[in-house]
Every structure is written in C-alpha cells, then in structure tokens.
Design a protein around this ligand. Structure first.
Ligand code: HEC
Ligand SMILES: [Cu+2]
Length: 321
C-alpha cells in the first residue's frame, strides 16, 4: 500500500491556494512561537538575576507600568495576528470556490461504497455516460465538477495534490471541484473513517492531456470484446455461472450488477481492491480466491474455484482491457 502524496506537491489551483495558506499559517505561527520562547527565556534570566541579588519581588512602580504596557502590546499583536489569519482563510475560501465562469466543465458523480469508489462521468448524450471504479481519469486544464454521494456511511473524497477533503454523505449531495494544471498520477484516499477497511479505500488518479483522456474515455465506453480463445471462453462461463454475476457488471455480457466495482475494463486498471494491490495475475487470483485475507470484512465472499477454473477466469479477466 502506498501512502498518498503531499498537500504541498500541488497540481491544481485549489490545492495550490490551500498550500499557500498552510505555509503562511505555519511560518507566522512558528515565528510567533519563537518570539514567545525568547521572551520567556529573557524573563526567566532576569528573575534569576534578581533572586541571586536577594531581591525577590520587584515592586518599583516603573516596572509595573512597563509590564502593563508589554502585556497590552502582546494582546493587541495576538488579536491582529488572529484577524490576519481569519482574513487569509476567508480569502483562500473565496479563491477556491467553484469558478462560475468555468467553461465546458466535466461533471463526475462519485459514490463511496464500503470500501471502494464508483465514478460516473456525465455527458449531454445519455449513452455516453461512463461508469468506472477505483480509477479516476481527468483531462489536464479542464475544470471538473465533482458530485459526492454515498451508498452507505460517510466517506471523504481527498486528492491531496488537487484539493482539500470533502465528505460523501448518505442521502445528501455534496459538491466540490478539481482541476489538474499538469499531468500526473496520484493516489487518493478516503479521509473519513468508514469502517474496518477504511485504510484500504484508495483510488488512482490520472491527469492526462485532453487527447489522451478522450482516447481513454472511448475505450472505457466500449463493451467488453467477446472472448476468442477457448481458455478465456471458459473463464467467461465461470464468471457468469458462478456468483460473480450477482455483484459485478461487465458490459457486453449478461453481468449487470452494481453491488461491486465495474469490471468491463478491469485489466486496464493499475490496481485492484480499491488501490490495495497492484493489478497482477497473481494478486487477482489471491483476491478472487479469498478477498477476506486481503481486506477482512470486505463485501465479497471467498470463491473456492478449481485451479483450472481459476486459470480460465484469470485468462478471461486479462482480456478485459
Ligand atoms: C456478494 C458480492 C460479490 C460477489 C459474489 C463477487 N464480488 Fe467481486 N467484489 C465485490 C465487492 C464489494 C468488491 C469491492 C471490494 C473492495 O475493494 O472493498 C469486489 C471487488 C472485486 C474485484 C476488484 C475490482 C477493483 O476494481 O478493485 C475483482 C477483480 C472481483 N471483485 C472479481 C470477482 C469475481 C471474479 C467474482 C466471482 C468469482 C466476484 N468478484 C464475486 C463483491 C462481490
Ligand atoms: Cu470510506
């Protein structure tokens, strides 16, 4: 499992403004903290110097006046700093609001499931709506409006390089937006504890050129090709005759259930089980045999397949590019 990137390694406007605010708060707070430490140190040295002179309490009137003045200055400075913080935070909030003049935004509906992600790309033509799982592709330079929904409990959508966190709440529609200003591949996380396997609820984010994005989109929209060789054909039969069909969909076959992730193009994805494992043949086999060993409590039952059936099934899944 790889940990997500950094909020300081920004790739888009909202994240960049948030990082700027974070640096501002960190630096001003650090300097303030150092000044307080220095002042405390000076006060302690003075007190000790007085004690060694046997002078326990300094009761001179000018000392009292000086102290009153210093405390007043410090109080005013603290209030001013807090006001500056509030203003900077409000300005950042304004700067990262959805740009009303956004041209040709892409709209993606994100639904959180325990413990995986479903992405639905909206299009003005209904037959061009695309449903994928656990991998989010976006075109560089285009604003993406993200509608956040949940199928069960509260999750949180977080791509550190692109924006702050936003909750996915059952029965409620939240929205946020992202825009990648440079190409990149990132790991994103669920950022709200959502049960046993919350830590293994990640997704891959790929920001690519508009042309590459369009190519990806067209490929994903296509139905799965019917298997050609005999092993893959047998694998297809295993898939539709076993329980898989109750929970998964593969466009172009009779499998059309949405309990688990969409598998039409599973072989094109870099990872499986919501970013928990690299998508290799061995990992796919381990996962299908007993997903409970990889994500205990996961909503997919073990599958005691014969080695021949398993190999055929893996051959078939590998054709789903
Ligand atoms: C009771 C429902 C159910 C059944 C039956 C089921 N699955 Fe799953 N499957 C799921 C769920 C839910 C997930 C997502 C688990 C997670 O990552 O938390 C999943 C994940 C997967 C994944 C990983 C997908 C990804 O993008 O991460 C593959 C591959 C998969 N299942 C294949 C199969 C195969 C093959 C079968 C039949 C042998 C099968 N499943 C049977 C519910 C099911
Ligand atoms: Cu979650």
């Amino acid at each position: 499992m790889t940990w997500a990137g950094s909020i300081f390694d920004t790739a888009g406007t909202p994240a960049e403004r948030i990082a700027r605010l974070a640096w501002f708060l960190i630096i001003v707070s650090a300097v303030t903290y150092l000044l307080v430490l220095v002042a405390t140190g000076i006060a302690m040295r003075r007190a000790r110097a007085r004690r060694t002179q046997g002078d326990l309490a300094d009761t001179r009137p000018e000392t009292g006046k000086r102290l009153t003045r210093n405390v007043a200055i410090a109080t005013i400075a603290t209030t001013l700093i807090l006001l500056v913080y509030v203003t900077a935070t409000a300005l950042t909030g304004k700067a990262i609001a959805w740009p009303l003049n956004a041209r040709q935004p892409l709209t993606i509906e994100v639904t959180g499931y325990q413990w995986w992600w479903q992405f639905r790309y909206r299009d003005s033509v209904p037959s061009n709506w695309l449903t994928t799982s656990n991998e989010l592709h976006i075109p560089v330079g285009r604003p993406v409006r993200v509608i956040l929904l949940s199928n069960d409990v509260i999750h949180s959508f977080w791509i550190p390089e692109l924006h702050g966190k936003q909750d996915l709440i059952p029965g409620h529609r939240n929205t946020t937006w992202i825009q990648a200003d440079r190409p990149g591949v990132w790991k994103a996380h669920c950022a709200e504890f959502c049960g046993h396997q919350h830590a293994k609820m990640q997704f891959d984010v790929v920001a690519e050129s508009p042309a590459q994005f369009d190519q990806w989109y067209i490929r994903q929209l296509a139905s799965a090709l019917p298997p050609t060789d005999s092993a893959a054909k047998r694998g297809h039969d295993v898939f539709v005759q076993r329980t898989c069909i109750m929970c998964h969909s593969i466009n172009g076959t009779e499998a059309g259930s949405n309990v688990g992730p969409e598998l039409t193009h599973i072989a094109s994805r870099p990872s499986i089980a919501a970013g928990s494992l690299p998508n290799t043949r061995v990992n796919l086999g381990r996962w299908i045999l007993n997903p409970q060993l990889i994500k205990p409590g996961v909503r997919m039952p073990p599958n005691a397949l014969s080695p021949a059936d398993m190999n055929a099934l893996l051959d078939y899944l590998e054709t789903l590019k």
